[in-house]
Design a protein around this ligand. Structure first.
Ligand SMILES: Cc1cc2nc3c(=O)[nH]c(=O)nc-3n(C[C@H](O)[C@H](O)[C@H](O)COP(=O)(O)OP(=O)(O)OC[C@H]3O[C@@H](n4cnc5c(N)ncnc54)[C@H](O)[C@@H]3O)c2cc1C
Length: 288
């Protein structure tokens, strides 16, 4: 194994420009998990980011929260302001692996690893996060919901490092994160769901039901007109869900189960939200 050990971001970008085949390494929790069986990975060059102090902090600005590329799940869990303003980030972080993984694993690593079953990505996407990329050729910002183009394919060139993830600060009236798995901890999601509602509208993000984590635009449109469209059971959500997701049968679950689980989980969370509003409003009123 060859390791490059940059001391600064410019030095790291130089190294990556010279050797775009070098693999950036943050917490290493994804990269090293298959190490014993992926012998071919042993000969690669790794760009160890661990000395880049500038990538570590989580920064609050007037209008956004910025996660550095080395911000870990644990950094987010222990910041009480994150729990107040972006509770889905904390809920997702608490369900990633166990405490050891939460302490090492980074949000940027979760984004670039691009697993369709990732837990961090749906929460970030439901908050309209933007991925900030840098290379010797300049800086680029890509909205996370446009970052993935296919299974493990993304808008990141080999010479680019993720340097930050920007999350706009908004007032939310609805926020849920759901992970349907075999158990509460140390499980890969069979279905993941992150949903928010703010002045910017509904965001419904699904995991483990398509080759990439994605926003469910048909469901979002349905929710914009929720009460008028007469959503009175989980089945009423199913046609829109079917437009948005394409689950597969695999070792963890069947496509049919995933579709139904997503509809039911979403419906029950919405019912809790809409229920009290329905009691206060005439039923024909539009709901948020
Ligand atoms: C036991 C175990 C349990 C796990 N449980 C979960 C779980 O419940 N939910 C979940 O979502 N994940 C889980 N994971 C996966 C993993 O922990 C997360 O995806 C984590 O966020 C990866 O972050 P990392 O810093 O360790 O990434 P790394 O392993 O260092 O890197 C992952 C990928 O991102 C790239 N990369 C990292 N940083 C950058 C950067 N700044 N710029 C460009 N590319 C970069 C690397 O080259 C690599 O391709 C688990 C892993 C293990 C080993």
């Amino acid at each position: 194994m060859n390791a490059l050990l940059p001391e600064s971001i410019p030095e790291a970008l130089d190294m990556l420009a010279r050797d775009p085949a070098a693999v950036p390494m943050a917490g290493g929790t994804d990269l090293l998990v298959h190490w014993p069986v992926r012998i071919e990975a042993h000969d690669r060059t790794y760009l160890d980011l661990s000395r880049l102090e500038d990538l570590k902090p989580l920064t609050w600005k007037a209008d956004e929260l910025v996660l550095g590329a080395l911000t870990t799940y644990w950094d987010v869990i222990r910041d009480e302001r994150v729990d107040r303003e972006f509770p889905l980030l904390v809920q997702a972080a608490r369900q990633v692996g166990a405490i050891q993984i939460q302490a090492r694993g980074t949000w940027a690593g979760n984004v670039v690893n691009a697993s369709p079953a990732a837990d961090g990505v749906p929460a970030l996407m439901a908050y309209d996060a933007t991925v900030v990329l840098e290379s010797r050729r300049g800086r680029e910002e890509v909205p996370l919901d446009r970052f993935y183009s296919g299974y493990k394919e993304m808008r990141r060139r080999a010479d680019q490092l993720v340097v930050a993830i920007r999350i706009p600060r908004r007032t939310y009236s609805f926020q849920i994160f759901e992970k349907v798995g075999s158990r509460r901890a140390q499980a890969i999601a069979k279905v993941g769901l992150a949903v928010t509602h703010s002045d910017a509208g509904w965001r419904v993000v699904a995991a483990s039901v398509a080759p990439t984590i994605r926003r469910c635009l048909a469901v979002e449109r349905l929710l914009e007109t929720g009460a008028r469209a007469g959503v009175s059971s989980s089945e009423d959500l199913s046609p829109a869900i079917a437009q948005d997701v394409a689950p597969i049968d695999d070792i963890r679950s069947s496509a049919r189960y995933r579709n139904r689980a997503m509809a039911r989980v979403l419906y029950h969370d919405l019912k809790d939200f809409w229920g009290p509003l329905l009691e206060r409003r005439p039923r024909a009123d539009p709901l948020p």
